[in-house]
Design a protein. Structure first.
Length: 205
């Protein structure tokens, strides 16, 4: 995390560093990002950056946290609605889509975080993935207990499916995925591929 000297900078200079770092980490995964490009665009000496952050990894984790803090502002709205697990998940992905549209560079930062192959980030990515799996399992078990989700399903298998599909959805935000397509994919996850009576399908709000 940043050193005290970073937070003591004038707001305009601090925001300029954040802006250029976001730009760099949006365009490149951690291992290909360049601290030299960031400081060059900021117009500061590279040595000055080490007065604010320990190294590139320290700066990167700070920017990733900024991106996720903003994303959490969006997705928390999904968990405030009154509805079952499927309605919450639909709202979650809709809010994630909105976040990607309104903050495209921050969205790319979060996407690149998961795509990174840097050994430095291996443990961090694993910890975040484990936390998400645990949160989802707790959420899922409540839905199973309430009778909304088939209690015979393996929670790990359900998380595997939702995580894999969710990652693909998020990776394609702004390309092949719009609100209608998002709704159709979640409809498949909810009902499966079996023919069902009444041709049940996801309807617009």
């Amino acid at each position: 995390m940043p050193k005290t000297t970073f937070f003591n900078l004038p707001p305009a200079k601090r925001e300029a560093i954040e802006k250029e770092a976001i730009r760099e980490f949006a365009q490149n995964p951690f291992e290909h990002a360049s601290l030299s490009r960031i400081v060059g665009r900021c117009g500061i000496a590279k040595g000055s950056m080490y007065q604010y952050f320990e190294d590139k990894l320290d700066l990167y984790l700070y920017i990733v946290e900024l991106a996720y803090a903003e994303k959490r502002r969006y997705v928390r709205r999904a968990f405030e609605i009154e509805g079952d697990i499927f309605e919450v998940l639909r709202a979650y992905y809709r809010q994630s889509l909105l976040f990607s549209q309104e903050h495209p560079d921050l969205h790319k930062v979060t996407r690149n975080f998961w795509e990174s192959r840097a050994q430095h980030l291996h443990d961090t990515i694993g910890e975040v993935r484990g936390e998400r799996a645990s949160d989802f399992e707790s959420f899922l078990r409540k839905a199973m207990t309430s009778g909304i989700v088939n209690s015979g399903l393996n929670p790990e298998a359900v998380f595997f499916a939702y995580h894999a599909v969710g990652k693909q959805l998020i990776d394609q935000f702004g390309e092949t995925v719009d609100d209608k397509f998002l709704c159709q994919v979640l409809d498949v996850l909810k009902y499966g591929l079996m023919v069902r009576k009444g041709d049940a399908r996801c309807e617009d709000d």
